[in-house]
Design a protein around this ligand. Structure first.
Ligand SMILES: Cc1cc2nc3c(=O)[nH]c(=O)nc-3n(C[C@H](O)[C@H](O)[C@H](O)COP(=O)(O)O)c2cc1C
Length: 355
């Protein structure tokens, strides 16, 4: 339960942080889609740990292997198996967390639900699971590109209270990747990178937000009522570990406007209407309107910090928890960029299969 996403284009993931590996089964990808393993690997590389001094120093090659469903570079229409093996697992690093649940991590809740927990680390709750989603999402993206030229770009919009100014219409992945923090606004990126190093050196962590734009999505995709396109996007984004909020279009800021300021006037001819503004974020009534889909997601400061924390152990005894050995991200947003893109691609691929 809970490890599958989508209906027409369905992905199921498996694997734990410190086990043999993680992977995905993709069911429902049409036949004859050209598959570039290099493009899948490129997205996996943007997610993998140890990319820069801003991320965890766990070293993983995160090499994606295609096990089934692809022949001579094209999908067969049968289930596609994707595998990412773990090499740098160090279960011993988590000695301290065996006795006390980490505050704001998933140790306590997993134990409550299953009565047992993975021998170390976050198990399924670890961001390691997202390596599988990124591989599946990169595949979904190739299907969407070939279907109608869909383009998905996410970037870091803020770290702590440091915001940025980025043109949502023109930003590219190459722009985003010019900086380790993955914010294409150079002045903001300088400040964000300095802030992440500062909290890291203090044994602490910090949160941030991402923006994402999906371009060339045709009008008319999505189901009304419970499966509205924005509802599926919200579910997809909030399923990412540490994601705490989702907003589409004007989001919370729209609540401060009047309808006369907020409405998106229609423009264009009878065959192809557009809108002159995009406060709706590309979706109206749960159905895409042909404008770019624009949304923002928020990530909390990661829970595992090396500063001592006053808490209690599993028996309720007061303890000072200090995680000194594990390797952790001081801020998840730079690595969350390809994960958000992958989840957006999985939602759109699922919508595409339902049109
Ligand atoms: C890319 C990425 C990296 C993460 N790295 C860490 C980490 O190093 N340490 C940590 O405690 N949490 C990390 N997290 C978040 C935890 O996996 C998550 O907070 C935990 O599973 C509890 O789930 P919740 O925050 O969604 O409630 C990471 C999340 C993402 C998306």
């Amino acid at each position: 339960m809970g490890s599958s996403f989508g209906t027409g284009f369905r992905v199921s993931t498996f694997g734990e942080s410190h086990g043999v590996g993680v992977g995905a089964i993709v069911d429902g990808c049409p036949a004859q889609v050209e598959v570039s393993l290099e493009a899948i690997q490129a997205q996996a590389d943007r997610r993998k740990p140890g990319q820069s001094d801003l991320t965890t120093q766990r070293m993983e090659a995160d090499k994606v292997e295609i096990l089934s469903g692809v022949q001579h570079g094209k999908t067969l229409g049968t289930p596609i198996g994707l595998l990412v093996k773990n090499y740098d697992q160090r279960p011993g690093d988590y000695g301290e967390v065996l006795d006390a649940p980490r505050p704001s991590h998933a140790d306590f809740t997993y134990l409550k639900k299953y009565g047992v927990k993975a021998k170390s680390g976050g198990g399924r709750a670890s961001a390691r699971e997202t390596a599988a989603r990124v591989a599946a999402g990169a595949l979904a993206e190739q299907y969407l590109q070939q279907l109608c030229g869909i383009e998905i770009v996410a970037w870091v919009n803020s770290v702590g209270a440091i915001g940025s100014d980025v043109d949502v219409n023109s930003v590219t992945r190459a722009d985003v990747d010019t900086r380790a923090v993955r914010c294409p606004d150079p002045a903001a990126a300088d400040a964000m990178e300095a802030r992440i190093r500062e909290v890291r050196d203090e044994g602490d962590s910090i949160g941030g937000t991402l923006m994402c734009v999906c371009r060339n999505v045709p009008a008319g995709w999505g189901e009304p009522i419970f499966d509205k396109a924005e509802a599926l996007l919200a579910q997809a984004m909030l399923s990412i570990p540490a994601c705490k909020a989702f907003e589409i279009g004007s989001g919370f800021a729209g609540t401060e406007l009047r309808g006369s300021q907020h409405n998106d006037p229609f423009t264009g001819g009878a065959t192809e209407l557009g809108t002159s503004t995009n406060n709706s974020g590309g979706v109206q009534g749960g159905i895409t309107n042909g404008m770019p889909i624009v949304f923002r997601v928020a990530f909390k400061p990661p829970a595992t910090i090396s500063r001592p924390q006053e808490t209690v152990d599993y028996e309720g005894n007061a303890v000072t928890l200090q995680v000194t050995q594990g390797r952790h991200d001081p801020c998840v947003v730079p690595r969350a960029v390809p994960i958000v893109e992958a989840m957006a691609a999985l939602v759109l691929a699922d919508l595409a299969r339902q049109v």
